[in-house]
Design a protein around this ligand. Structure first.
Ligand code: ATP
Ligand code: MG
Length: 347
């Protein structure tokens, strides 16, 4: 697959000299669903604005279809945006909101009727043509915003937290619909969210960002199973993150005990972050376990119990289908391949 968008060494500094993006490089493939995921303020919208042409980077290059497009204004890029705060035109009805971009382009009435009809079909809003956008639900307004961006037939659609304002059930429905639209039209979607579950369900590729730096690029499964550092592990789902060290290959020491693991290639006694997922901690009888702790709380979460265990040097979070009595002493165990060893990151 060809790269449709390439970002090379993007740096953004605002007037106060603060660096918002610190050397962002990324290749986005044609027809790919790529998601920027990271906490508030990490630079997701800023990166999207650069791709859309609404902001020029302080340094670095943007390529579209292999051509450098720095300085090309937004309307001359084959890209459309659904903004974080999508603003529909309040005085126009659903039909005219979607038709707006086509009228600007001076397309024939016949062509406009055809294309708007196609979009109404796509976002499931047939019959709503004459409705004022002020009398639509949040989800319907969102679909108008998407139709309005897609009607111009962009090759790349940028979506900045498009589902942020919707309730959980509608969000889930829209996630599925968006993914279907992207696949049916064979478009490239560059999607922004700070919701890790949303990123993992929808994307081909997830780009995890923090502090203006890309932390990891990978498939959802790759990012979840093989986080490259403690930040990613913590941001993608809950984790136990413990200080440890590597006395030798495939042996890790933490909370005063040694465990077999599968990682190697660290310096002797290098200090590391040890990451263990809550669902990978097994509860075993205390007298048979290397690690023990006192159950501090048990909360039913629908699919599993979340158990907090006060252990030596670390408060453990465990997901288990079985509850344990609060105050009980339990043992904990894990398989070597469920212990993830990560280099300490500077910063
Ligand atoms: N015009 C500006 N001048 C100065 N600083 C700015 C400007 N625009 C954004 N910033 C800063 O840049 C940083 C990144 O902002 P950005 O909007 O890209 O974050 P984000 O990842 O989209 O966050 P959110 O999830 O809250 O939308 C923030 O610290 C923000 O305050
Ligand atoms: Mg933002």
């Amino acid at each position: 697959m060809e790269n449709i968008v390439s970002l090379k060494n993007l740096v953004v500094e605002f007037e106060d000299g603060e660096r918002i993006l610190k050397n962002i490089s990324l290749d986005i493939k044609d027809k790919e669903f790529v998601t920027f995921l990271g906490p508030s303020g990490c630079g997701k919208t800023t990166t999207l604005r650069i791709i859309g042409g609404f902001l020029e980077p302080t340094s670095g290059d943007v390529y579209f279809d292999g051509k450098r497009i720095n300085g090309v204004p937004p309307h001359k890029r084959n890209v459309n945006t659904v903004f974080q705060r999508y603003a529909l035109f309040p005085h126009l009805n659903v039909y005219e909101n979607i038709a707006f971009g086509l009228r600007i382009k001076k397309l024939s009435d016949k062509e406009i009727v055809r294309r708007v009809g196609e979009m109404l079909e796509l976002v499931n809003l047939r019959g709503f043509e004459k409705r004022s956008v002020n009398r639509l639900s949040g989800g319907q307004q969102q679909r108008v915003a998407i139709a309005r961006a897609l009607v111009n037939h962009p090759k790349v659609l940028l979506l900045d937290e498009p589902l942020g304002a919707l309730d959980l059930k509608l969000r889930k429905e829209m996630q599925t619909e968006l993914r279907k639209i992207q696949q049916a039209l064979e478009l490239t979607f560059v999607y922004v969210t700070h919701d890790q579950e949303e990123a993992l369900t929808m994307s081909d590729t997830v780009v995890v960002m923090n502090n203006g730096i890309i932390q990891q690029i990978g498939s959802p499964i790759n990012i979840y199973n093989e986080p490259v550092n403690a930040f990613v592990a913590d941001f993608i789902g809950e984790s136990n993150i413990i200080n440890g060290c590597m006395p030798e290959d495939c042996v890790v020491e933490f909370t005063g005990k040694r465990f077999k693991c599968v990682d190697k290639g660290f310096n002797p006694n290098e200090t590391v972050d040890v990451v263990i997922r809550p669902e990978d901690v097994k509860v075993v009888p205390a007298d048979k376990a290397k690690l023990t702790g006192i159950v501090e709380s048990v909360v039913f979460k629908g699919v599993h119990y979340e158990i907090i265990v006060d252990g030596v040097d670390h408060k453990w979070i465990i997901h288990s289908t079985k509850a344990e009595p609060v105050g009980a002493m339990i043992g904990m165990d894990f398989d070597p391949f469920d212990i993830h060893i990560m280099k300490k990151t500077e910063e």
